[in-house]
Design a protein around this ligand. Sequence first.
Ligand SMILES: C[S@@+](CC[C@H](N)C(=O)[O-])C[C@H]1O[C@@H](n2cnc3c(N)ncnc32)[C@H](O)[C@@H]1O
Length: 243
Amino acid sequence: MAPSYGQGVYYARRRSTLIGRIAPELRPGASVLDLGCGNGTYLAAFGILGNVGSLHGIDLSLEMVREAKRRMAGRAHLVQAEVCALPYRAQSFDLVLASHVLPFAYELGLAVSDIARVLKPGALLVATLGGGSARGALRSLMAPEQWAEFEKSAFDHSLTRRIDRGPERYLAAGRAAGLQVEMQTLTFRLTWRDVAEWLRIRWVGIASGREIAQRIADEVLAPRLDQEVEVRQTIMLARKPAG
Ligand SMILES: C[S@@+](CC[C@H](N)C(=O)[O-])C[C@H]1O[C@@H](n2cnc3c(N)ncnc32)[C@H](O)[C@@H]1O
């Protein structure tokens, strides 16, 4: 998982859509922190932008940190850490990215208040909320009973059980931390072939019910592989007041 996470068209498009939204917010020389940086795909994309001053990433998984170090080859500062206890001084960063990690935080309120601590005055937290993925699009193709069987077979619930997908908790946590919060929706387009690739790379290979999951995916996706689908992603933009 650590070397392969983030491969394929779905992740590439999700990344470029988010980076495209963030890029205009970056002033030249900005210091950027990527929380739950995984194997470093977002850090690499920030590196390509050219106007970033310093790149930092944390991840709870040592394996992911190792992969990110390998990918970034000295161009980013990487450490193993938890989002609720950031190993940085107050007011260190111009931008903090939390892509698909806050839903796993030990305690969302603690994580957001520690992020607020490390933001410089006027700096921005960009966080994706759980649930904005190809999964929702896939669900719309299935009858409720078929979705229930597919979901049980395809997705590892030890990873997804704790995820709270609603924006209300994120809004409340941002406001409690003194941040100015707004929600936005990003969209990007894929084909169902790309969704099938995402399922294969990310989920079905490790699923406990992999034969059932693959059969249902084939049944539902085979007739429409070349059709396009729109994927929506809700993000939170939370700015620390300039002071
Ligand atoms: C779903 S992946 C997202 C990776 C990347 N940010 C992206 O959007 O493609 C979640 C990542 O967050 C890490 N993670 C999960 N819980 C964490 C926590 N409490 N603190 C720090 N990292 C965490 C995982 O190890 C994993 O690399």
